[in-house]
Design a binder for this molecule. Structure first.
Ligand SMILES: [Zn+2]
Length: 404
């Protein structure tokens, strides 16, 4: 281990013997009391020295025996320590690609604040390079979103759509004006490749990119059609539910941006649950949806660039939070923001007992049998793990005092 105090957090002395790491409250911590010698020693924890050398430096600075190890342990326990050599073989491979890593440094720094263990941040970043994500819909939202994911280091981002690029699909960070008239999927994939910091590592034999759903860590549904954004078609998501593929909805409808729900099949509310819930609230909902779906195509939909970009950004952040293995903040909720007030609010989406996805039944079973007797899918295990992690994170959140 080559300990490094997380460089993403600015350091400041609150008084003679209390150090504050970080400025923004979400990730800031204080450490104290810290004597002057220990304070100067912190500067040596920059990832260039191994533990043996650090102990030697400690002796030279007259620090008591075992002090260096205790300090490193305390810092690690507080989540303030990274390991300049950690993260495993994939992380080592990424470190060798300096051109790629230089592009991703701000993303790595960000991950260092949302992960606790030394070396975990670069491990997660390296893991992104092996992920496969599909984005369905190559409009103003879809291509920007796909480019963001590729730019953030997701190894394979496939974009699906039909037809040819229209002038109104063009967006900064998305489809360029030169692509007008080209096939939408091809132009979108080119935009995604341009956004990626480098080629992903070679993968072994696996599910081919041509297959419909298997093998994707996440499918993002970002339709250009505003009816599909407002009333996502449950039947379109059936193969995703059947194959257990997590999927996320995002789009713009009539100057309203929508992100979510993130669906963990059989675990959290899906498009079918949403449809059922809306029908419960308003018996005329299915009749309206049928009219909207069969209505004439509008010449232009209300989807301004800034709102489309905002939705793409928030959806990409939700996607990455899930893909990185953290608590999926978009599960069970549909985030909405409308112009001109721009106030985000989350509408909860509960699993509906009448929906065939089974999330409501699973919730009930888990409620009655806490021993985990029900069969857990991979997604389920991952989800539960993520939730446990949130609990731990919640306990550590805020200002933390450590005595060294
Ligand atoms: Zn459902």
């Amino acid at each position: 281990m080559h300990p490094m105090v997380k460089p993403a957090l600015r350091r400041g002395w609150r008084d003679l013997n209390t150090v504050q790491f970080g400025m923004a409250p979400a990730h800031a911590l204080t450490l104290g009391p810290v004597d002057t010698a220990t304070g100067s020693f912190l500067d040596l924890l920059d990832g260039t020295r191994g533990l043996a050398l650090l102990r030697e430096e400690g002796r030279r600075m007259d620090l008591p025996d075992g002090h260096v190890d205790r300090l490193v342990e305390r810092l690690a326990h507080a989540g303030l320590l990274d390991d300049a050599r950690g993260g495993g073989p994939d992380a080592d491979a990424l470190r060798e690609r300096e051109d790629v890593l230089d592009r991703l440094r701000p993303d790595l720094a960000s991950l260092s604040l949302t992960t606790a263990e030394p070396g975990e941040a670069i491990g997660r970043l390296a893991a992104r390079r092996r992920l496969r994500v599909q984005v369905r819909g190559a409009g103003r939202v879809g291509v920007v979103l796909a480019s963001l994911l590729a730019g953030a280091g997701v190894g394979e981002v496939d974009v699906r759509d039909g037809g040819r690029v229209e002038p109104q699909d063009v967006a900064p960070g998305g489809l360029p004006a030169e692509a007008v008239g080209e096939r939408r999927d091809e132009a979108a994939r080119r935009a995604v490749r341009r956004a990626a910091p480098g080629r992903p590592p070679r993968r072994g034999a696996g599910p081919s990119a041509g297959s419909d759903t298997p093998g994707f860590s996440l499918v993002v549904l970002a339709p250009r059609d505003d009816v599909s954004v407002h009333a996502p078609d449950p039947s379109a998501a059936e193969p995703l539910i059947a194959s257990g593929t997590p999927h996320l909805y995002a789009g713009v409808v009539e100057a309203t941006g929508v992100v979510g729900p993130l669906v963990l099949p059989g675990e959290t509310g899906c498009a079918g649950c949403l449809h059922q819930e809306r029908t419960d609230r308003d018996a005329t909902w299915p009749r309206l949806v049928a009219q909207w779906q069969s209505g004439r195509r509008r010449p232009a939909r209300a989807c301004d660039l800034a709102l489309a970009g905002t939705v793409a950004g928030l959806a990409a952040a939700h996607a990455l939070a899930f893909l990185d293995g953290g608590a999926p903040p978009g599960a069970g909720a549909r985030w909405e923001v409308a112009l001109p007030t721009l106030q985000w609010h989350a509408r909860p989406l509960w699993p509906h007992p009448a929906c065939s996805c089974g999330a409501a039944e699973k919730g009930k079973r888990e409620h009655t049998a806490e021993d985990g007797g029900s069969r857990e899918t991979m997604t389920g295990q991952r989800h539960s793990k993520a939730l446990r992690r949130t609990t731990v994170a919640a306990r550590q959140a805020g200002t933390w005092r450590a005595y060294v």
